[in-house]
Design a protein around this ligand. Structure first.
Ligand SMILES: NC(=O)c1ccc[n+]([C@@H]2O[C@H](COP(=O)([O-])OP(=O)(O)OC[C@H]3O[C@@H](n4cnc5c(N)ncnc54)[C@H](OP(=O)(O)O)[C@@H]3O)[C@@H](O)[C@H]2O)c1
Length: 235
């Protein structure tokens, strides 16, 4: 049986990469977890499985967010945090790409996270200290190159969405934070960059920042956290 005093975090794309690191770290910090993954059958539950719900979630299937939220509420009776992590990248310029690719990036990186937060909203309001964390990108803060431009277009929108959520939830104690890393050592970055993994930000360090944001009181709202492993002029 779940412990009703345990805080509950939903994490999308928790099966690998940054999402898996966040799940591992929050579990160590005592959170109960609801993990949204495309292939729940492939999941091997760990020793603390009583604290964990693994549920199907596909960002390209509108409605899967609502079903996942319902299952989370049924199991735990509360939702304290939503971590919108699942995302896709593109290495194409805005000129090369066609409408369909931009639509797909928006579906996964913007529309689905918003549907997820909307579905969980009554539970976040009920918590009084609800938290929304979006894993955006430095590409949500600046356009570094032509080839990151299409991805950046979706991540700028994800950043604006996070600010919009912060405004919408403020009076109900909901705080929203965009985590904005440069290259993080995951499959996504390995496909886009030749930089050595140890020269990239580590997923575990992103996870530590997420945990800190979740623990801050309503009077210490942090809106954006840029994270970089290399020197850039501004970030
Ligand atoms: N790695 C970086 O350099 C970097 C930098 C800045 C921001 N980010 C952002 O960080 C987030 C996590 O990325 P990552 O680096 O961990 O990438 P990753 O290793 O490629 O993992 C992506 C995750 O998103 C999930 N996902 C993709 N499409 C999905 C869909 N349609 N429905 C449900 N889940 C889906 C994947 O699930 P499957 O296993 O089923 O594919 C996987 O769990 C993304 O939003 C990304 O844009 C990454």
């Amino acid at each position: 049986m779940p412990d009703p005093s345990q805080r509950v975090a939903m994490i999308s794309g928790a099966n690998r990469g940054i999402g898996a690191a966040i799940a591992g770290h929050l579990s160590e910090q005592g959170w109960a977890l609801s993990l949204g993954v495309r292939n729940p059958a492939a999941w091997r539950p760990g020793p603390d499985a009583a604290d964990v719900l693994v549920h199907g979630f596909d960002a390209r299937q509108p409605g899967s967010e609502e079903k996942w939220v319902q299952a989370t509420a049924e199991k735990f009776g509360r939702i304290d945090a939503v971590i919108a992590n699942a995302g896709i990248a593109s290495g194409r310029t805005v000129i090369e790409a066609e409408d369909g690719e931009l639509d797909d990036l928006f579906q996964v990186n913007v529309r689905s996270p918003l549907r997820l937060v909307r579905s969980a909203w009554p539970w976040l309001v009920r918590a009084g200290t609800g938290r929304v964390v979006t894993i955006v990108s430095l590409s949500g803060l600046r356009v570094k190159s032509a080839k990151s431009g299409l991805y950046a277009t979706s991540k700028f929108a994800a950043l604006a969405m996070t600010h919009a959520i912060r405004h919408a939830g403020w009076d109900d104690g909901i705080r929203a934070t965009a985590i904005c890393p440069g290259f993080v050592a995951t499959d996504m970055a390995f496909a886009l960059s030749a930089r050595a993994p140890e020269e990239m930000t580590q997923p575990a360090d992103v996870a530590r920042l997420v945990a800190t944001v979740l623990d801050l009181p309503n009077t210490a709202s942090v809106t954006e956290i840029p994270i970089n492993s290399v020197l850039e002029e501004m970030l």
